[in-house]
Write a protein that binds this ligand. Sequence first.
Ligand code: ZN
Ligand code: ZN
Length: 515
Amino acid sequence: GRYAGLTVGEAREAIVEDLRKAGLLEREEELVHEVGTCWRCHTPVEILVREQWFMRTRALTDKVVEKALKEVRWYPDYMKWRLVDWARSLDWDWVISRQRVFATPIPVWYCARCGHVIVAEPDWLPVDPREGPPRLDACPKCGSREFRPETDVLDTWFDSSITCAVHAGWPDKPDWRRRFPADLHPSGYDIIRTWAYYLMVRHIALFDEVPFKACLINGMVLGTDGRMMHKSYGNYVPASEPIERYGADATRWWAIAGGATGSDVPFRWEEVRHGWRFLRKLWNAARFLSLQLADYDPRGPRPELRTLDRWLLSKLARTIKLATDALEECRFNTALLAIRDFTWHVLCDQYIEAVKHRLYNPEIYGLEEKKAAQFTLYQALYRVVQLLAPFCPHITEEIYQALFRPFEGHKSIHISPWPEAPEGFPDEEAEKAGDLVVALIRAIRREKARRRIALSAPVELVKVFAGSEERAEVIRACEDDIRGTCKISNLQVLPERGEGVEVEGRPDLTFILEA
Ligand SMILES: [Zn+2]
Ligand SMILES: [Zn+2]
């Protein structure tokens, strides 16, 4: 018409001018109102009324809701409500056509004379209607031989909405149902309304089935200031930076330990560094073991284990259970932190310190005792490395190849089986006894530090007031480990109560120390 070729702004002014000329303009005034803009360049968006293609998705809402609640496991569970609420809230169908250059063509032609819609037959596909006419001699309605192609293309989500079936091999592979529905669909909460929802409607429409058995919804990575990471905010950190400074495993550590599944994970250098410190601790422990296990062959008979050995393996068994259960629920940070606590605080800080004397001085403490410590260390570190492998794949593989592969035989830690608790563990009694002994050792070492006695320096006498005969028995059974770890020349364990330094959390267990 008369305004053809003008920009939106020019046309607006021309229309106002025409109205004024025709005497139809009543008044002009300034108006403040909301204007939708492009999220990237903030150009105001002009809405055009155009014919579009729709998929009648609302007809499937009840099915989507029912299947989402009954046939899909959601991690975290509450994420299912985001899909359900969205599906129920929709009061329009899915607009599947887009006015873009690149995308999947809509396989449709129109009769140039009567406008009859010709949809491609399945065996014509794939086809771009813009490249040629339909495989018909004439319009079945009016006989015209002239056709107009659909120039709109499909919404990108229309392709993404069949990924579960396509990944399984549909429609080409006859055995595609073997891999369908997908075991797990990993995604983010920002696309529940799109990807997760469209997957549901398309697969239900096509197969009357859910696309996936489980859906894992992750949070977003936030910038160093807690806002969304954006180039324009300047709050982003390229992944290459932490990877170069602290390694890929420490960077993965932050991503996994940084927050509960489904919640946002702000980028924190402190968390990357924490992961790096832990991995260094693990590496040092592995190096220590490689020296201490040089004369050890795990294929030999299982040695007689001491209380502290059984204590460690019991804690390990619990850690494996905790980590396994957490992973089954996709609670990755819970699993990783449980493994960290065991490795760092139980294995490295307590156990290794408490068996060094056995490893170093078998002529004093016995060869069988040394072997028991070696057996326990081997079992514990191998399982720790297996547990950590999905989280920190590089360092664990390195340790596995150096220490364990000759005996375990798997080509890589990543194809070794998920660890199981050592046979006979957890062992509640050993754990209780070990907790007591470890608390006593820690208290004696702390007392040495308080009195500025070097941890490696010997002390003349430690007299323990156990508070009961039963407890005295438990402590006596570990006398060697207590003497060896704390460098005590003369250790006396008495069943009665007595005045002395209190062991933390056990007020009726005390001791006196003479240097
Ligand atoms: Zn823009
Ligand atoms: Zn026609």
